[in-house]
Design a protein around this ligand. Structure first.
Ligand SMILES: NC(=O)c1ccc[n+]([C@@H]2O[C@H](COP(=O)([O-])OP(=O)(O)OC[C@H]3O[C@@H](n4cnc5c(N)ncnc54)[C@H](OP(=O)(O)O)[C@@H]3O)[C@@H](O)[C@H]2O)c1
Length: 307
């Protein structure tokens, strides 16, 4: 099969499109023909060696994908021909390829109302937003939340979910993205290139940081006493809170069919729409990583396999 492989850590030019042996499903695994896979920040972090995920070379990147079951796992109801989508566990990955062998417990039925490209765009981003807002921050109706990085993949879903939960949503974005984040459900938008959110806010019940750097301190400053903040951009631990009247949380984003089915329910109910998508070919993987690493992609980059 064709796959984008890295043979060592390095820059975007470490990504090589080549022929590799088809994967063989092991115990409990299904073989899936991948139709589309998205680009996540984790991909370039693993590629460059900046994410402490144990991998063996040659390695195929790609945390989430959508495709069709070719060989079912023994005992699985996901039979050949079933359209599925999934988020791979860190260290396994493998979405930048024509096929993947994956533990069938990670596979979920693809949302009925989405194409493969759309389903692939939403996997890890939606899973992360769901776990962060519902399971970690326990966001409630009428609460006010600051979501940092509104135009990005995870934040774009988080805005929609927070809006659906009945929260008042403040987000940060460059001016050119304000109409986009408002269309997702943001009530207020701060142009972070002009204004510092921490000087404007101090009354938030919750904050969700998807950016890191200066946004971390801004999240703490935006909270009122008793507030809680969740962080996903800066490693496996939450940053230490500089205040003793607010809490810092690090969402534990697991992988399972049950979690994916929660995402699917929101998609099929029309609560979550897919983000803006830029479709690319696997042969453009290096360019895709350059764009993602520059941190100004709006929505998601998705590889259409076979394009
Ligand atoms: N399980 C996990 O722990 C987990 C899962 C998923 C993602 N993550 C992490 O979460 C982070 C976000 O992932 P993602 O895929 O959502 O990223 P992304 O889509 O690449 O985010 C890009 C967006 O960030 C915005 N941005 C850049 N600098 C900003 C700033 N200073 N203030 C506000 N917005 C800014 C850009 O909008 P503008 O052009 O408007 O600046 C752009 O649209 C990454 O670090 C990723 O590794 C963790």
């Amino acid at each position: 099969m064709k796959a984008v492989v890295i043979h060592s850590h390095g820059g975007p030019d470490a990504l090589v499109l080549e022929d590799v042996p088809d994967p063989m499903p092991g115990r409990g695994e299904a073989l899936v023909a991948i139709k589309a896979a998205s680009v996540n920040a984790a991909d370039w972090k693993v590629r460059s060696g900046n994410l402490p995920v144990p991998i063996a070379f040659p390695h195929i990147l790609g945390r989430d994908f959508s495709g069709v079951v070719e060989v079912a796992a023994p005992g699985s109801d996901l039979q050949p021909g079933t359209e599925v989508y999934a988020v791979c566990p860190p260290g396994q990955e493998g979405g930048y390829a024509e096929k993947i062998a994956i533990d069938a417990r990670y596979l979920a039925r693809k949302p009925k109302n989405l194409s493969h490209v759309e389903a692939a765009s939403i996997g890890l981003a939606a899973l992360t937003a769901l776990v962060s807002l519902e399971d970690t921050l326990d966001l409630k109706r009428s609460e006010k939340i600051l979501i940092q990085g509104g135009a990005g993949g995870v934040a774009g879903i988080a805005i929609q979910l927070a809006h659906h939960l009945g929260a008042e949503v403040v987000t940060t974005a460059r001016a050119g993205n304000h109409a986009y984040v408002r269309s997702l459900g943001a009530d207020h938008v701060i142009d972070y290139t002009q204004e510092d959110p921490s000087t404007l806010l101090g009354d938030c019940d919750a904050a969700f940081d998807t950016v890191g750097g200066a946004c971390v301190a801004q999240c703490f400053a935006a909270l009122k006493p008793g507030g809680r903040a969740a962080f996903i951009a800066g490693g496996a631990q939450a940053p230490e809170s500089p205040r003793d009247d607010v809490v810092a949380l690090r969402p534990a984003v697991g992988r399972s069919r049950a979690l994916m089915d929660r995402v699917t329910a929101y998609i099929e109910a029309g609560v979550i729409r897919v983000p803006e998508i830029t479709i690319m070919a696997l042969s453009e993987a290096a360019r895709a990583h350059e764009l993602s690493e520059a941190k100004h992609v709006r929505g998601k980059l998705v590889f259409e396999i076979g394009r």
